[in-house]
Write a protein that binds this ligand. Structure first.
Ligand code: FAD
Length: 329
């Protein structure tokens, strides 16, 4: 495993919200043994959130009993890497992929002749480009920071001009909260940093560790396998477009990719099995989630219409939206 970061999991470019295992089964009913991935030791989490509140542009609050955890990704990402090392992986930090030629990876620490290359290198995946695979066509800028103070135990999502085409969030942690926003840079001319500053100024608290990243919002790419390459997580567009979450989907796909890479090397299982497997578990929820996001796009340009759409959906419809269900039964 190589990562260009010198410290795994840092800087944290993430709101760190991870749904509880029961919610993961409700989003991905075809998922198996999700407990292995999502039943986490308390040392890896930084708080439990018992609900989600959706705040309309006019300030009306809708609510869902969606349960989640705030992760500490600086700790959590290192934990995942240490599990890999325990199982025999070698990890090189501060090492970058530069190109892939004839299935061989060139990196800043030399050539790597791998039987299988897994591109888990985020939304701007170089692995995808080098392997002749698509990258997610829409990548929304998102900014996060750590706020000091008391924020209750409900995740809050704010919609409207606060974050045009996306939403702003408060994700409470045991101490403080992650605050941030993501917006549609195609339709919003405002710099994300300016929208972020306005949002946190209104919260009236100290915010540190501010980081910018990009969230794939166009659904999974057409193909995630080519030759000896597989794409996983943001590189594959594995984010839920209706809520921007990509940690759990990256973990589900990552486990599958690891399993199939092993079976490929041991028994010649075709790598295309990976594509079939992740689609079996995640394709339908991710497609529904993308449809919900496209439906929301129809209203995002007008706060009044957005407020009206939220009123029509109500608690139940908004709950279905974050669970990647059909909006209307
Ligand atoms: C501001 C923000 C807030 C978010 N909040 C949430 C949230 O609350 N909940 C949620 O579920 N999701 C959230 N997401 C999305 C989530 O962070 C991603 O979906 C998730 O991290 C995907 O994991 P990944 O492993 O695919 O990619 P990443 O976490 O982006 O990891 C990619 C890794 O590849 C490395 N890399 C990249 N290029 C190279 C190269 N050429 N050579 C070597 N290494 C390379 C990087 O250093 C990095 O470590 C958020 C995203 C942003 C930007």
């Amino acid at each position: 495993m190589i990562d260009r970061r010198r410290e795994i999991g840092y800087p944290v470019q993430c709101g760190e919200l991870l749904p509880a295992t029961k919610e993961m089964y409700s989003i991905f009913p075809r998922g198996t043994n999700l407990e292995e991935l999502f039943d986490l030791d308390d040392s890896l989490t930084a708080g439990r959130c018992s609900s989600v509140e959706f705040v309309s542009p006019g300030g009306r609050v809708y609510s869902s009993d969606f349960v989640s955890h705030a992760l500490d990704r600086r700790v959590f990402d290192k934990h995942l890497v240490s599990l890999a090392v325990e199982h025999g992986a070698r990890v090189e930090k501060g090492a970058s992929l530069t190109s892939i030629r004839d299935g061989v990876a060139n990196t800043t620490i030399g050539e790597v002749r791998a039987k299988v290359i897994v591109g888990a290198d985020g939304p701007n995946s170089l692995v995808a480009r080098q392997a002749g695979l698509q990258r997610p066509s829409a990548r929304y800028p998102a900014i996060t920071g750590r706020a000091e103070g008391q924020f209750g135990d409900a995740v809050k999502m704010f919609f409207g001009t606060v974050a045009p085409g996306g939403y702003a969030w408060i994700i409470p942690k045991t101490r403080g909260a992650n605050v941030g926003l993501g917006l549609n840079s195609r339709t919003c001319r405002e710099q994300p940093s300016i929208a972020f500053k306005r949002f946190v100024d209104n919260l009236d608290c100290r915010v540190t560790d501010v980081a910018l990243g990009f969230v794939p919002m166009s659904g999974p790419v057409a193909s995630t396998v080519n030759g000896n390459v597989m794409l996983v997580g943001d590189a594959a567009g594995h984010t839920m477009a209706s809520n921007g979450g990509g940690i759990p989907t990256a973990m589900i796909a990552g486990r599958l990719a690891g399993r199939i890479a092993r079976e490929h090397v041991a028994n010649g299982t075709p790598l295309s099995t990976y594509e079939q497997e992740w689609r079996r578990v995640m394709h339908n929820p991710l497609s529904r989630s993308l449809r919900t996001k496209r439906f929301a796009d129809l209203f995002f340009s007008n706060d009044f219409m957005l407020g009206l759409a939220m009123a029509i959906l109500g608690d139940r419809g908004l709950d279905r939206a974050i669970r990647c269900k059909r909006l209307f039964l």
